[in-house]
Design a protein around this ligand. Structure first.
Ligand code: NDP
Length: 271
């Protein structure tokens, strides 16, 4: 049987319990963003700091690119970490929680790509990409999800790719890794759904970063082909992904779990 609230019976509307600012605010939240020292990860960090969060960004290099921490200010911390060192990830999470407090939001952003015709992809190439983009994502997610479940709250966001859905030439390993992430999102969202932890993905289209510039290889024909496949006819900006991540991390997305949100200028419309 379906229960209907008294207000609905009376035809009344209920006022929202929080203001717009409160609902989208990340004030008091701690977010861990892998690969946050450049590209999309940096803008996710920047948008989350603007929304009030404290962020810990990670990367392999000793110093993040573009002096990320300096640009982000006092609400940002940088931690050197290679996500492929999977045995270190439980320790990373424990260290961060000891230093800065509980991790409320995990953004699995670090990723690598490589464009080669499938017949030229070696087993080592394939393993390296899947290891970074999929296996490590699982290990870090497991490390963060345990404490989140104990506390009864958390938001986990995977940066996937439209390559998970469409046959984009020369990215066999990358597409396989991102499709794996998409499958994992649904399972984890289901397992954690009664425990206060939401799990979602963002599937970016063509976003202007070092990765996409390398992928285009400065080739105008390749760029034109990509834009023909993009209804909005332009690259997205890293902050387009950043604001989507703020939404998924915030209370505004309290009833959103197990989805993959395309942020792709319309690629997913299909035509
Ligand atoms: P970039 O190459 O510009 O940045 C990748 C970031 O990940 C860097 O900060 C790098 O830092 C970090 N990183 C790479 N490997 C590791 C590792 N093993 N451990 C820790 N950090 C690592 O890529 P984008 O910003 O373009 O991509 C970010 C995410 O968005 C990726 O998951 C990518 O697949 C996805 N994406 C990007 C699209 C695009 O068009 N740009 C489209 C669709 C998805 P460092 O070198 O210091 O380790």
């Amino acid at each position: 049987s379906v229960t209907v609230s008294e207000n609905e019976v009376a035809g009344q509307v209920t006022a929202p319990s929080n203001s717009f600012e409160q609902v989208f605010s990340l004030a008091g939240k701690l977010a861990l963003i892998t690969g946050g020292g450049s590209g999309i990860g940096f803008d996710i960090a920047r948008c989350m700091v603007q929304a009030g969060a404290t962020v810990v960004i990670t990367g392999r290099r000793e110093q993040p690119l573009q002096d990320a921490v300096g640009l982000l200010g006092q609400q940002a911390h940088y931690q050197v970490n290679d996500v492929t060192e999977r045995s270190l990830l439980d320790g990373l999470v424990a260290d961060i929680e000891r230093q800065y407090g509980p991790i409320d939001v995990l953004v699995n952003n670090a990723g690598i790509n490589m464009k080669k015709p499938a017949l030229e992809v070696t087993d080592e190439d394939f393993d390296r990409i899947v290891h970074t983009n999929l296996n490590s994502v699982f290990s870090l997610t497991r490390a963060c999800a345990g404490p989140m479940i104990e506390r009864g709250s958390g938001s986990i966001i995977m940066i996937s790719s439209m390559a998970a859905y469409y046959g984009i030439d020369r990215v066999a390993a990358y597409a396989a890794s991102k499709a794996g992430v998409e499958g994992m999102v649904k399972v984890l969202a289901s397992e954690f759904s009664g425990k206060g932890v939401r799990v979602n993905a963002i599937a970016p289209g063509f976003i202007e970063t070092a990765m996409s510039k390398t992928a285009m290889g400065g080739d105008p024909d390749r760029f034109a082909r990509a834009m023909r496949r993009t209804p909005m006819g332009k690259f997205g900006k890293p902050e387009d992904i950043g604001w989507a991540a703020v939404f998924l991390a915030s209370e505004a997305a309290a009833y959103v779990t197990g989805v993959s949100l395309p942020v792709d200028g319309g690629n997913s419309i299909g035509f």
